[in-house]
Structure formats: C-alpha cells, structure tokens
Ligand binder design. Structure first.
Ligand SMILES: Nc1ncnc2c1ncn2[C@@H]1O[C@H](COP(=O)(O)OP(=O)(O)OP(=O)(O)O)[C@@H](O)[C@H]1O
Ligand SMILES: [Mg+2]
Length: 469
C-alpha cells in the first residue's frame, strides 16, 4: 500500500509529464525541485541537468535568462519576464510564490509559454506594415501626380534632346541629378527615369527635402526603431531609404539636406546599407538614386553649404532642363495642351485669341511650365467669354508696350487711317506673318500654320522685311 504522500507525488509527476506547459518548481531558496517534461525541449537541457541546480546558476549559464524565480524571491509577488532560451525561443515566464502560514516563501512555481510564433507574427506584421507604408507613399505620389500619366509636351529641339538623353540614361542604374529653375519639369523627368528603368514595377519614393522639418530628417530618411525617441511611433517606422529598396529613391530639393544628414546619406550610398535610429540591425538596400535641385550645387560646395564628396557622388549624370523662356518653341504646344486639359476638366470650350498666344511668347515665365499651367487653369475658370483675350492676362499691362492690341486691326482703325483695300490687306498679311514668325522656328512650320507653301513664306517675309521677333 502506498502512502498518501507517495500517491500525491505520483499525481504531481503525472501532471508535470502530461502538461504541454513548461513548469518549473523550486524551493524557497531557488533550487529546482521538479520540471515538466516539456522543459527539456524548450531549454535544451535534460530534466536531470535542471533538477537540483539553483536558478542563479541556471541564470548564469543563460538557461533561465533572466530567471523569473529570482525576481519572485526579490519582489515576493507574482512576476512575469520574457526569456530567450538556449534553443533560441522567446518565452514569457510567469513566477508565482507559495507562502507558508508565516508568510515565508516555500515554493516558487513558474510556467511559461512559447512566444516565438507570436514574435514571428509580429515580424511578419512589421514587414507588412512597411509594405503598406510604401504603397501609401506611392498612392499619394500617384494622386498628386495624376498629371504624370498625361503627356510630357515637348516641341523644342532642346527638350527633345533632353528627352532622348533621359530615355537612354533611364535603363542604366546611374545616379542622375536633375538641374533647372523651379517649374521646368524636374519631377516630370525624375518619374520618366523611373518609368523607363527596369525598376519601374518597384516603388518610386519621392522625398521632398525642402518640406521635412530639420528635427525629423533623420527619422524620415533612415527610419527608427520602437522607442527610439520620445514622441516616436511606438511601433517604429521604416525610413524612405528602406522603402525605396529595389526601386528608385528620388531626393527632391537635395540642396535643402542638412550637412549632418548629408554625411549619413553618403555612407548609405557608399555601403548600400541602412540601419534605423536606435537599432543595431543593418539592412541591405538596393535603390537607384535620382536627385533634383534648383540651386547651384557647385556654388554651394564652394560656400561649404553642400558636401563635396556627396556632390561628386550625385553628379554622375547631371541633366539641366532649360527655363521656358529659353525654349519658346514649347510654349504654343504647352498652352494648347493645358487649354484642352482644363477645358476637359471644367467642361468648357475656351479658345485662345491668337494675340494671347503672342503674349505668351513675349512673357518671361519666371515660374516656367508650372506658372503657365496654373495661369491657363485660372484663365479657363475665370474668363467669362469663350475667347480668352490678352486683357485677361495678369501681365496684360506690361504687354501693352509690345503692341499686342487686337484693336490695331479693327475696321474702325483702318478707316481712321484712311487705308485703301490693298493697304488693309497688306497690313493684315504683314501682321499675320509676324505672328507666325514669332511662334515658329522654321519657315516650313510657318507654312504649315499659314496654309501656304514654304517658298511663299520666304518671299513674303522678304517683302515685309520681317527678320526680328
Ligand atoms: N514638358 C512638360 N509637359 C507637360 N507638363 C509639364 C512639362 N514640364 C513640366 N510640366 C508641368 O509643370 C509643373 C511643374 O513641373 P515639375 O514639378 O516637374 O517642376 P520642377 O522642376 O520639379 O519644379 P520645382 O523646382 O519647383 O520642384 C507640373 O505640373 C508638371 O506636370
Ligand atoms: Mg520639383
């Protein structure tokens, strides 16, 4: 006959063997008395190696690391700790003290759950979140740039050459820096570089260096780990460099990059590795870099405002887009393109009076294509008449000096001057030729516009002595 005590021991061993949990029982000093059978799997040690050993020793050996039992002994209450086991499992251990009637701890029972799977899930979730963030940026980019899907209008020789260069360079992985005044189309061509590359299905991540507050630069560009700094997103966040992996990183307004960030960026460009702030983990990144600025980087280097080493790193293929005033051959096409674009958008059918187009050719366009685009939108929306006259232009007053009045050719005017029919016809012909001459580069183009042969154009230009715009 077995004693009650023996039966109780058998019962307890039965429970410990059958349990799927990891159960460890120690005495009041922390010496291990019993462990469940699962413990040998999770801790990678035989039960016999654990039983009889103190938890302090096991903690030193990084088996119970850190020991929950020691913590219970110290705090004299139930506690929880996360442990990393020799078998590389992440487990959550709970230790519960058992007191005798005098309030002295006589036993500590701890049990733990394997969190490795949850940890794995967390990592998967983190990756998913990074992906989502990447899509978010891309969608935003697409929304902003729905014009991007629209045509890149070009007619001038200069722009056609740039376009060809961009198409050739796009397929290479070379770093490109796009230069030119504000509004000339640097973003348009940055996107073209991506769309024409083998990375086109991968993300195009645009960073507007001019729009990020100084204090956020580092975290925005390199990302941060959870709890890296106060105010940060608790879960941590991938930086733009990480998001651009496999795709294109477009650093717009690169001249605005603070010097401290320039150093870090250069390191990333050289090593093709990035780690988030507050993390030791190093990630490989592979992206194509495109940068843009309307500043003179060389001058900034000379003034010590931009790092020379970074400048050389970026300046592999510089592409300068000329201002609109230096490629007036684009104006007509751009104006017509945006007119029909906004006519469609606002369901209108406005047309330009030809003098208005003339005025466009005379204007300097300090804001380049963006200014033209915005102006045409405003004209389409605000002009009351179907015909858009130069008087509606914001720079109409300055234009007066350029004799762009339509009234010049009014019948009343001809009458007042007492012109004969022949003279009126010549006046009109001369004016019309002048206009064509201003708008087109070649006599062939003029001929197409005027609906006459090229030799006629040449003869008439000579007749009226038209040779200046
Ligand atoms: N060739 C073009 N055809 C049609 N639209 C154009 C062309 N070039 C520029 N645009 C339009 O002009 C506007 C300004 O272009 P973009 O944003 O690329 O200029 P930017 O050079 O990047 O200017 P900034 O230096 O101010 O950033 C955009 O709306 C763009 O779609
Ligand atoms: Mg831009």
């Amino acid at each position: 006959m077995k004693s009650e005590l023996e039966l109780l021991k058998i019962e307890l061993d039965g429970i410990l063997n059958a349990s799927n949990d990891n159960i460890v029982v120690t005495d009041g000093k922390g010496e291990v008395l019993r462990v469940s059978s699962n413990c040998s799997i999770i801790y990678g040690r035989e039960r016999s190696d654990l039983v009889g050993t103190t938890v302090s020793q096991l903690e030193r050996d990084h088996i119970f690391y850190p020991s929950v039992t020691l913590k219970v002994l110290k705090e004299k209450k139930e506690v929880q700790v996360m442990q990393k086991t020799p078998t590389n499992k992440i487990i959550m251990a709970t230790g519960i003290p058992v007191f005798d009637e005098k309030g002295i701890i006589v036993r500590i029972i701890s049990f733990s759950h394997d969190l490795t799977e949850i940890q794995q899930l967390k990592e998967d979730y983190e990756q998913l979140r990074t992906k989502m963030l990447r899509y978010e940026y891309e969608i935003e980019e697409l929304r902003e740039k729905d014009m991007m899907t629209a045509r890149v209008v070009m007619n001038s020789k200069a722009m056609k050459e740039i376009n060809q260069l961009v198409q050739r360079v796009a397929v290479s992985d070379a770093t490109v820096v796009l230069l030119g005044e504000s509004g000339v189309g640097k973003n348009v061509f940055a996107r073209k570089l991506h769309d024409g590359s083998e990375r086109k299905e991968e993300p195009f991540i645009e960073v507007n260096c001019g729009a990020i507050p100084d204090t956020l630069f580092e975290s925005e560009i390199f990302g941060y780990e959870s709890g890296a700094f106060t105010g940060a997103d608790k879960r941590g966040k991938a930086g733009m460099v990480e998001l651009a992996d496999q795709g294109t990183l477009f650093l717009d307004e690169i001249a605005e990059l603070p010097l401290a960030i320039q150093v870090k960026l250069l390191k990333v460009l050289q090593e093709k590795k990035v780690s988030r702030i507050g993390s030791h983990e190093v990630k490989n990144v592979n992206f194509r870099l495109v940068a843009a600025t309307n500043q003179n980087l060389e001058e900034m280097v000379a003034q010590g405002k931009f790092r020379k080493d970074l400048f050389y790193r970026l300046n592999v293929i510089p592409i300068t887009i000329p201002p609109l005033r230096d490629r007036k051959d684009d104006i007509n096409q751009l104006a017509q393109y945006y007119l029909s674009f906004f006519n469609q958008k606002y369901e209108t059918n406005k047309v330009f009076n030809s003098t208005t187009i003339d005025a466009f050719h005379h204007y300097e366009w300090p804001g380049n294509v963006r200014e033209l685009e915005n102006m045409i939108e405003r004209l389409v929306v605000t002009t009351a008449t179907t015909m858009i006259y130069p008087s509606s232009l914001p720079f109409a007053k300055e234009m007066d000096a350029l004799e762009l009045h339509t009234e010049e050719w009014s019948l009343e005017n001809f009458e007042q001057q007492g012109l004969s029919l022949q003279e009126v016809l010549q006046e009109v012909e001369k004016g019309w030729l002048k206009r064509a001459y201003r708008q087109y580069k070649t006599t062939y183009e003029m001929a197409g516009y005027l609906g006459v042969s090229q030799s006629t154009v040449v003869r008439r230009l000579k007749k009226y002595n038209i040779n200046s715009k």
